[in-house]
Design a protein around this ligand. Sequence first.
Ligand code: HEM
Length: 524
Amino acid sequence: MVRIREQSPHCTYIVGLVILSVVLYRDVLARRLPRPPGPKGLPLVGNIFGMPQQHPWKAYKDWSDQYGSDIVSVTAFGKCTVIVNSYNAAQELFSQRSTIYSHRPEQPMVNDLVGWGSWAVGQLQYGQAWKDQRKIFKSEIETPEAKLHEFHALRAARRCLGQILDSPHEYLTHIRHMAGYASLSTAYGLDVKSHEDPLIDVIERTMYSMAVAGNFGVYLVDYIPALRYLPTWFPGAKFKRDALEWSKDVLALPRIGYDIAKQSYIQGTMKECIASHVLERIQGDEDSEDKEVTLRNVLGGFYAAGTHTTVSVILTFILAMNLYPDVQRKAQEEIEVAVGKDRLPEFDDLTPENVPYLHAVVKEALRWQPALPLAAPHATCEDDVYRGYAIPKGTTVVGNSWAMLRDESLFGPETDVFKPERFLTQDRDALDPSVPDPEMAFGFGRRLCAGRFVAFASVLISGASLLHCFDIRKAKDENGKEIVPEVEYTTGLLSFPKPFECDFKVRSEKMRLLVQELSMTPEH
Ligand code: HEM
C-alpha cells in the first residue's frame, strides 16, 4: 500500500493529482454517461406511474431480461433507483465498492416523521452510530461461534411444540409467539408468557408502521422531502397525522423493553442475554451512559429486524413440508437417526455432518421464497460509474435477492421448485461446498443481516423439533378432500406466505408424552 507521508513532496503532488483526476473523471462521466437501461418515463415525474405495485421483484427481473442487462434503472421526480438483478453485480457494487454503496436512501416518511431513522440500526445512515451498534451485534451474535441465542431459540421452539399440540389450528399464532419470545429473551432476558403480553402489543403496532411507512415509494414525501414541513392540519397531510401517531410507539419502543430489563439487572434476576453481557462489560466505563443508549437501540432493533423475518421463513418451511411430503419424510428419517426416538432434538444433534439434508432444507426455505425479496434498499454516497453507466450520488440501489436466488447458473435447474438436493453432493450425504449459500436472502455488503446466524439457528431448531414430533399434513375440507395450499405470498418489504390451512399430527404416543412433560417443566 502507498504510504503517502513517506514519499517525497513531489510524489505526494502526483498522487494527489491522480486522485483528483480520478474523482473529476468520475464526476464528469457520471453526469454525461447514460443511466442503466430501463422503462421510459414521462417528463418530470419519470416512471412514477409505471412502477409495479405487486411483487415488484418479478417485474424487475422481467425488465432485466427485456433490456438484456442485469442492472436496470428507473427515475421518479428526478430521483434514480437502480435495481441489481445478478449476484455478480451485487458483489461488485455492494461488497467491492462498499464505501459508496452502504448508505440507506433518504426516506423522510419512515425515518424522520415516524422516527425509525433516529435509532434503528437497519435504518441508520452509514456512520459512527451505525458502527457502534453493529459492533455489539458482531461481538454477541455475528460469529458462527456465538452460541448465546441457541439456548433461547431451543426454549422457544420447545414451548411452541406444546402450544401446537394443544391447538394445532392456531399454528400461525404459535409460530409468531415463538419468534417474538426468542427475540425478547435473547435480547433482554425477558420471559413473555402469553400472546397477549402488552410488550408484544406495542411492538406489533410499531412493526405495522414499519411495514406501511417503510414500503419505499408509497409516500409522495419520499420523493418530495419538502412536503414533510406541511402542517398536520393541512388538507392532504394525513401522512403527517399518521406519522405523528405511529412515532409515539416507535420512539418509545427501545425504552420499554430496556427499562424492564434494566430493573431485573439491578435486582440481579436477569437471565443471561445480550443485555446482561453488555451491561456487565460497560459497568464503570466513563462513557457508560452513551454506551447504554447504544445498547438500548441495539436491543430494540433486535426484535424489529429479527422477529417477523424469522416467522416468514418458518412459515415457508411449513408450507414446503406440506407441499413436498417426500422431502418431509427424508428430513424426519435423518433427524430420527441423529436424535433417536426417546428425546427431542438439541443443537448438538443438528450439525451439518449429522443432518446435512435438514441443513439443505433450511437453505432451500431461505432460497425458494426469500422473506425480503428485495432485501433492504441501499444508497450511494458519491457519484459512481459502473460498466459505463452513471450511478449518481443519492441513487437508491436495490438488490433483487429474489432474482439472484432463482439464478440457475448458481443454484441449478428448476429454481422455482423446492429441491433441497441442490445443496447436496451427488451421493447426497454431505452439503456440496461448490453450491453457494443462499446468502443473498440476508442482503448485501456491509449491511448484510446482523442476525443471519441467529436466524438460521432458529429455523433449524424449530424445523427439527416440529418434524421430530409432528407430521405436517394437508388439512381436509368437509368432504374429507385434501386442501392443497397455493404458493401465494404477500407483497411489500417483507413477504409472508398467505395464510394456509395445515394439519399437525403428533407422530407417536411417546412424542405426545415428551411434549406434554416439557410443558409442565417450569423452565419451559
Ligand atoms: C430468516 C430471518 C432473517 C432474514 C431473511 C433477514 C434478512 C435481512 C435482510 C435482507 C436485511 C437487509 C440487508 C441489507 O440491507 O442489504 C437484514 C438486515 C438486518 N437484519 Fe436480518 N434477517 C433475518 C433475521 C434477523 C434476525 C434474527 C436478526 C436479529 C438480530 C436480524 C437483524 C438484522 C439487522 C440488525 C439488520 C440491519 C443491518 C444493517 O442495516 O446494518 N435479522 N436482514
